[in-house]
Design a protein around this ligand. Structure first.
Ligand code: FSO
Ligand code: SF4
Length: 541
């Protein structure tokens, strides 16, 4: 195996077993899934060129890409099932094209688009091992940008999937997915073609985040500033981890009046701010820290636990029997709920002791674009009066590697006349600290999940409009932490929007070659984080 798609990649790439826990057979099957999707894309893109498309194929690409995101699917059997389905959809896509074309394709067909006959899991693993990231002999810089695009697509596929659960989709996302995956098979394309596609991938992620924002806010209302309880309430308990709000809503409905309290974990924290979710009195509070602490924290959760997206880690034996996954998330031997019937989770929670009443600290969430722009006049006046000197967006993913204390130190050292905007699970590095307020405006504003980068962009664009300048001229700095592929998608969105001077850490991606890094530095002045003190000094002059 070889995988270097996330920040914790060992020594430039995991080659024996994933630091995340991904086994070589699963890695090979995920590589084969991506390879198969490239083949599907070859035909689907051409079929679209003839005016023909197919919803099953489009949806499969979203599911397949999301499945290969870090910490989503660790089950060889489940990934193998998707590969088999992919092989039949490849044939379907080819047939669609040939029917529309009135005959076979006249040009050269790349190997990936020819399909395969292997079906047993062992055969598929062997085939996948021959089609890994490093299997094609192409220029290292081209490969680097191709991987950036594929990871960006994996990132927005997660968001497209959440939107689809709510019944929202956008054909532009599918069209680009086919076009860009097919492009990775086109040997006539050069480095700058892929750079162009990478920027377009950033735009498509913006389109996807907007789609999801609309799906979420139309369904549950706009988030409002909301205190969230970090202690526990007496009663049975279910912990929900992940990003999917529709799944949480369904669980809230099914547990109403049963004496079960629902707690959020990790990226579910912002759910408390949505009127359509906070109206459930048994949405009780937030439990634990960021995803990488789950194995030690879940031991102490006396109820059922369910993951509706990444980031799942190898479960400890002590809580494995009360752990569930939902939808595409899979861990071998952990029960998966496929669909919206949560009876097994509820039954498990009722059989467990639950919590005693032990209320604790409260923290605030719910500062989406609607809430922040609702008080824009106050914010703008505070900036004009010199009460707010600078905004720092300190956000992104948390992770296990050392060096992430930087973000805590940075937030702690932000001067009192500056405001911190945050989003995604990176906030757990500092969201329990008391930052106070500036004239009633909290100094720490939790915008939401990683996909709520859409909100952050709306806020930045509105501020730029109010001050009649570009986003780069605003007193606003982006201090980002990355871990997995959604962060790649968001970074591409910021680059597509022309955002400069981003500081990125805790380390730079292993899939970026020195030449590609130079390109990013020259064009966007993106740079690695240094020390909190040094970076703050440099930014504030
Ligand atoms: Fe974090 Fe995990 Fe939201 Fe990621 S929980 S690391 S960028 O999945 O998606 O922020
Ligand atoms: Fe390694 Fe990350 Fe790939 Fe897992 S996803 S195998 S940790 S690079």
């Amino acid at each position: 195996m070889f995988c270097f798609q996330c920040e914790q990649a060992a020594n430039g790439g995991c080659s024996k077993v994933g630091v995340c826990g991904k086994q070589p057979d699963v890695a090979a099957l995920q590589d084969l899934l991506v390879y198969t999707m490239k083949g599907i894309a070859f035909w689907a893109d051409k079929a679209r060129g003839k005016g023909v498309k197919n919803a099953e194929i489009d949806h499969f690409m979203i599911d397949g890409l999301f499945t290969t995101v870090t910490n989503v699917d660790f089950s060889a059997e489940e990934v193998a099932k998707l590969v088999r389905k992919g092989a039949t959809l490849l044939e379907k896509a080819q047939t669609l094209f040939e029917q529309a074309n009135g005959g076979a394709y006249a040009g050269a067909v790349p190997e990936a688009a020819k399909g395969f006959t292997a079906t047993s899991t062992a055969e598929l693993v062997a085939l996948g091992a021959a089609h890994g990231v490093k299997s094609d002999a192409i220029d290292a810089d081209v490969k680097s940008v191709q991987e950036i695009i594929v990871y960006g697509m994996k990132g927005y596929a997660a968001y497209a999937h959440h939107a689809l659960v709510i019944g929202r989709e956008n054909d532009e996302i599918y069209a680009f997915t086919h076009k860009a995956l097919a492009a990775t098979l086109d040997l006539t394309l050069g480095l700058m073609d892929f750079v162009g596609l990478a920027m377009e991938c950033g735009r498509i992620n913006l389109v996807t985040m907007e789609l999801l924002d609309k799906a979420n806010t139309d369904s549950f209302g706009h988030p409002v500033p909301t205190p969230v309880q970090l202690g526990t309430k007496a009663g049975k308990a279910i912990l929900v981890s992940g990003h999917d709000l529709r799944m949480l809503e369904e669980l809230l409905k099914q547990t109403e009046g049963k004496g079960i309290n629902i707690y959020t974990h990790g990226e579910m924290l912002p759910a408390h701010g949505y009127p359509g979710l906070k109206k459930y009195a048994h949405l009780a509070g937030n439990f634990g820290g960021a995803w990488q602490d789950q194995a030690k924290e879940f031991v102490n959760f006396p109820g059922a636990i369910i993951f509706n997206t990444n980031c799942i880690q190898r479960p400890a034996e002590s809580y494995k029997d009360r752990l569930f996954t939902w939808g595409l998330v899979q861990w071998p031997d952990v029960k998966n709920i496929n669909g919206m019937d949560f009876a097994p989770v509820i039954e498990k929670a009722l059989a467990l002791p639950g919590f005693e009443e032990n209320l604790g600290q409260e923290i605030l969430t719910g500062f989406g674009h609607n809430a922040v722009l609702g008080v824009a006049d106050k914010v703008i006046a505070a900036v004009k009066a010199g009460d707010i000197r600078h905004f720092f967006l300190i956000g992104g993913c948390d992770g296990a590697k050392s060096g992430r204390n930087y973000y805590t130190e940075f937030a702690e050292n932000v001067p009192k006349d500056c405001v911190i905007l945050t989003l995604a699970c990176g906030k757990y590095r500092f969201n329990k600290l008391d930052f106070g307020d500036i004239g009633g405006i909290p100094r720490l504003l939790d915008i939401g999940q990683c996909n709520d980068a859409y909100s952050a962009i709306q806020i930045a664009v509105a501020l730029a409009g109010a001050f009649n300048c570009g986003v780069n001229e605003l007193p606003l700095s982006f201090i980002l932490s990355w871990y997995e592929q959604k962060a790649v998608a968001i970074l591409l969105t910021l680059l597509h929007l022309g955002v400069k001077n981003i500081k990125l850490g805790p380390s730079l991606p292993a899939f970026i070659t020195p030449n590609v890094l130079n390109f990013l530095v020259e064009n966007f002045n993106i740079g690695p984080i240094g020390t909190a003190e040094g970076d703050l000094k440099q930014i504030l002059g």
